[in-house]
Ligand binder design. Structure first.
Ligand code: AMP
Ligand code: ZN
Length: 486
């Protein structure tokens, strides 16, 4: 177990030593997607970041229960408990049942997560599957005096809560300023305070998804699902709660308030927030119209794209930025990532071909230590990538015969690359998975070898140049011929 892992806690606004409540067990809850439409690349960045954190905690020896929910009900268009239900609106638009919408976009989300080679969470609960738990929690909040009913709708009483607790603990905002910046209540508003938010919303007769409750037919507010489900699967107090930075101001602020009003203490010890993927400095989002879909990126079928990029190129591009920095999308940056990722994979493919010497001019332990230190410093993946390129340099120099490596150090180099590239980063060799291409190339290389042995240089050159023309480079050495994509 790495005892020196530091992570940035949004509540304290500094890096803290990670001390799980019940080591080696770790409970981590991440707010999942709202499945009324396709996930865009910005959403993917957040889930890929938490996949990295999940993987590294496991690498460090922790037993992680990773809960990532699916929001499949109760998400109104406005943050102020008004506007249409997103699922109902989409269902009408696509002429489907709301649950068909949920199924369609949940499957699509899983496909995208698989393409990015992320690990599935340990539990993936849905809001609609936990209506009873949400109602129970709301009942306790009402009993504790922090919520009130107005005609079948239940509101959380932020003013009352603020008398005892710090409502803005996550963002450090000034409550007076927040009030001043929030629209005044009008005649049609039922809630008592401007910052109050709905825990349960009364259904209209035409509401498509509604459930029975002690307050009549209705549906849950958006925030209560995460409070109820995290408590159910991780306990009333657990280790890490995460999501995108845009969730901190409202969704997570309200989650803390609900859990505290219900259980009298905060739900999570560490709050972690990933920064946004931007396009020309603007946050990628569906509403801004700059939120392109993973499929558009892979095919290049989008006006902002010069060409398509493979899933692992995109993932590598994301890992090259720290999860708390913004990451701006650009074709140039993706081109650079494509080259970098190929260099990395090329080195991986050379690993089995390296021969060990009796002595070693290189030591691998310091490299592993640098990688671990970087990850222990709030999951600093860009620093790990710089260290991995040092490993690439070693592989290439040994392969060229300009550096000696012993069998022990070579083994360490192989495990280091396996651990960080594949296990911790969750990258995969897209060419290696293309077994048919590998087999065909092995055959073509064997034919070229035969031609050379028969001094048929015209044929051997024709093969080499032909492959070069389709972007495949052959490299001859005393151990045989290898190929790489140029
Ligand atoms: P949603 O489906 O809109 O609830 O979002 C799912 C997750 O994606 C949440 O954790 C959001 O904070 C996150 N997210 C949304 N937009 C971006 C973005 N541009 N960059 C990174 N994460 C984002
Ligand atoms: Zn949530």
């Amino acid at each position: 177990m790495k005892q020196d892992l530091q992570l940035y806690n949004t509540i304290s606004r500094k890096k803290e030593l990670f001390k799980p409540l019940n080591a080696p067990h770790v409970g981590m809850y991440v707010c999942g997607p709202t499945v009324y439409s396709d996930v865009h690349l910005g959403n993917c960045r957040t889930f890929i970041s938490f996949d990295l954190i999940f993987r590294y905690l496991k690498y460090s020896g922790y037993k992680v229960r990773y809960v990532r929910n699916i929001t499949d009900a109760g998400h109104l268009e406005g943050d102020r408990d008004e506007g249409d239900d997103k699922f109902a609106k989409r269902a009408k638009l696509e002429q489907l049942e709301p649950m068909e919408i949920v199924q369609k976009y949940t499957l699509g989300f899983h496909d995208v997560m698989r393409v990015f080679n992320t690990l599935p969470p340990s539990i993936e609960p849905t809001a609609t599957g936990h209506i009873i738990e949400q109602i129970e929690m709301i009942k306790t909040i009402i009993d504790n005096g922090y919520a009130y009913e107005v005609d079948g709708t239940i509101y959380f009483d932020v003013e009352k809560y603020s008398q005892k607790y710090n409502y803005t603990i996550l963002t450090n905002r000034n409550l007076e300023d927040m009030l001043a910046n929030t629209r005044e209540l009008g005649g049609q508003d039922d809630k008592h305070g401007r910052l109050d938010f709905a825990l349960w919303i009364k259904a209209k007769p035409e509401t498509l998804m509604q459930w029975a409750s002690p307050w009549g037919m209705g549906f849950p507010g958006w925030h209560i699902e995460c409070s109820a489900m995290s408590a159910k699967y991780l306990g009333q107090e657990f280790d890490i709660h995460g999501g995108g930075m845009d969730l901190a101001a409202t969704h997570h602020t309200n989650e803390i308030a609900q859990s505290e009003a219900c259980n009298h203490h905060q739900p999570a010890k560490y709050w972690m927030h990933t920064n946004m993927l931007t396009v020309n400095g603007t946050r990628m989002s569906k509403s801004a119209g700059n939120g392109f879909l993973p499929g558009e990126l892979f095919t290049g079928n989008h006006p902002l794209l010069r060409k398509g990029y493979s899933p692992m190129t995109v993932k590598f591009f994301m890992l090259q930025a720290h999860y708390r920095s913004t990451l701006d999308f650009s074709n140039d940056a993706l081109d650079a990532s494509e080259k970098g990722f190929r260099r990395l994979m090329n080195a991986v493919s050379l690993l089995p071909k390296l021969t060990a010497s009796d002595n070693s001019e290189v030591e691998i332990d310091p490299l592993r230590m640098n990688c671990e230190n970087a990850m222990n410093d709030d999951f600093n993946s860009p620093v790990v990538i710089a260290e991995l390129f040092e490993a690439v340099r070693i592989v290439n120099t040994v392969y060229d015969g300009a550096l000696k490596i012993s069998a022990t150090e070579l083994d360490k180099l192989k495990t280091l690359m396996q651990d960080f590239i594949f296990d911790v980063f969750g990258l995969k060799d897209e060419d290696a998975s293309n077994t048919e291409l590998n087999e065909v190339l092995d055959m073509v290389i064997a034919l070229r070898k035969d031609a050379k042995e028969n001094k048929d240089y015209a044929t051997s050159d024709m093969i080499r140049v032909g492959l070069q023309n389709i972007g495949i480079q052959l490299k001859d050495s005393k151990d045989g011929t290898t190929w790489s994509k140029s």
